[in-house]
Every structure is written in C-alpha cells, then in structure tokens.
Design a binder for this molecule. Sequence first.
Ligand code: NAP
Length: 323
Amino acid sequence: MAKKVFVTHQLPGKRIHELSRHCEMNVWMGPGLLPSAALRTQLTGCHGLVCLLTDRIDKALLDQLPELEFVSSMSVGVDHIDVQALSERGIPVGNTPGVLVDTTADTAFALLLAAARRVAEADRFVRDGQWTAANAWAPEFFTGKDVTGATLGIVGLGEIGQAVARRAAGFGMRVLAWSRTAREVPGVEMLALDELLQRSDFVSVHVALAPQTRNLLDAARIARMKPGAVLVNTARGGIVDEQALAEALAGGRLSAAGVDVFEREPVAADNPLLRLPNVVVTPHIGSATTLTRARMADIAAANAIAALAGQAMPCCVNPQVYG
Ligand code: NAP
C-alpha cells in the first residue's frame, strides 16, 4: 500500500510531481497558509510531511503522529521544527541548504544599501507629494551613510554570511566576522562578537536561530554597537531584541536598520520598528525569487522521495538517525 504524504502548500518546481508518483499525496490547497489545527488533522495517519517554515512541528504534535517517518521542510532554517524530538524518535528532518545562499545574500545587501541610503524613506517622501521646490535638493537633503570603504561585521559566517562577505568585497568594505566555529575565509577578519559590534559601521546577522542564538543581539550587545551603525537582519526574528533595537534607532544611537524577519510573523501592527522612518522592512522575502523557490521545492521533494525509498535524505539536518 502506498505511503501517505501530506504537503502543507502547493509547491513550485518539477520534482513535486515526481513525489506524487511515489506516494498517496495530499496537498493543502488553501486559501492561505495551513492553520495549525488543520495540520494536526491532515497529518493523522501520514507517514511523511513536506512543510514550510510557517508550519510549527512540536512535541505535542508529534505525540499524535505515531506513523510519521520523515519531515522535509522547504527551508534552510529548521527552528520551526523540534529536531531533537524527531531525532529521539529516529525521524529524519530534511532542509534545503545551498540553493538560496546567493538570493538571501542579495536581500541582505539590498536592505543594507536601502537602510544606508534611506531608499524606502525617500520613496515614501516622493509618493506622498513632499518633494516640492521648498523641500528639494540641498547639501543635506536625504543624506545617508557611505557603504563603500565602511566596515561590515558579519554575525554568523555560514554559507549566507560568506556570500555577504563576497558582496562586501566588491564594495571595498573591510569585513569582520564572528562565528561559533572559527573559519579562515580570505579577506575576512574573525573577531569576538563584542569587538565586532564595537568596530562595525554595518552589522549583518546570519546565524541560525537556536536556543544559543536567541536574543544574541540583546539590549546590552546593541548598546555596544558603534554609534551611528546600521543593523541588518535577514536570519530570523528572535535573534535580535526588537524592542532594544527600536529604542536604539529612535534615540539616534543607531542610524538605520533593515529587517526581513520578525519575532512574530506576520509582524504585529504595533511592532515598534514599524513606526520608525529609519527602518526598512520586508516580509521575510530573503529567498524569494522564482528560480530559488523552485530549487528549494525540488530539494524538499527529493528529500521526501529518498525517505520513501528507504534511503538517506540528500539534505538532512539530523543524519545521526541513520546510525
Ligand atoms: P549555514 O551555512 O548552516 O550557517 C548557519 C550559521 O548559524 C553558521 O554561522 C553557524 O555557526 C550558526 N549557528 C548555527 N547554530 C548555532 C548555534 N547553536 N550557536 C551559534 N551559532 C550557530 O546556514 P545559511 O544557509 O548561512 O543560513 C543561515 C540562516 O539564515 C538560516 O538558519 C535561516 O534561519 C536564515 N535564512 C533566512 C532567509 C530569509 O528568508 N530571510 C533565507 C535563508 C536563510 P558555525 O557554522 O560557525 O558553527
């Protein structure tokens, strides 16, 4: 009898059709994202799950799914999944690393440039009809911060962090980095986190969200940042203390921020960052290009196909389950 696999969203790419030939596949057709209560109902009796980062897979859910044999997420981050609980049950968890590295690094750089040069603020100014003869080109008009020649501090020198470092080299930036694991990357100076924060004109966050990185940039660390610095976060909400960041921006200690990810998503309307003109915000679109999303979906499908065939997933975050 064919195994049952539930897919929590319609996916792009070609391999998802191939997956349907290997199992009895049920896909959530919307509208919108799958509500968490529906996830539990839909998953009952399923052997496999193909999910998005918006689906929370926790212990309580797993306890109700004795048949579950694998989870394949269309994301590189797996902080929405209790990987430890799955590992304890011997269940492999797949993710989609590699293919979204350049796309996400581009987003980080887009936010860095937009924050430095006040692009979103200037766009609103023009559209709001404020660009008048009385309020136009002048020596101080919409002046921002130079990127070329500035110092960039990368927090988390994984794949995306290194791709951001390559972009920074093209802008003639001096690149500093802090990472849990020391690495030798040409053109990058590794430093302790506090020293990086003190020396960087721009700080870009690229660590995974884990218990050890939750609130990594808390109020005390934000207070250590160089006066007038710019903070960019395309990693995960929860790594940067949003309240402390908002206070540093409102008080003028930091000059701007670019934020793609929030502690709560979709972001709450009363999030203090949304009230600040010097914050550029995007709705978690780091990997959002058509090609990259198709590539991610193809890897998620390939992980599921391998699991159904009793093979190791090509991209697995807990390979220890294979012994
Ligand atoms: P990666 O190559 O696996 O790098 C992960 C980074 O996180 C490394 O620097 C790693 O440190 C660090 N890290 C992981 N666990 C840690 C821990 N417990 N304590 C301290 N550091 C830890 O992943 P990547 O492809 O660069 O992606 C990085 C993150 O970006 C993802 O986890 C995801 O959350 C986020 N992301 C966001 C978007 C978006 O749409 N905004 C898109 C893609 C990715 P070491 O390797 O030095 O040990």
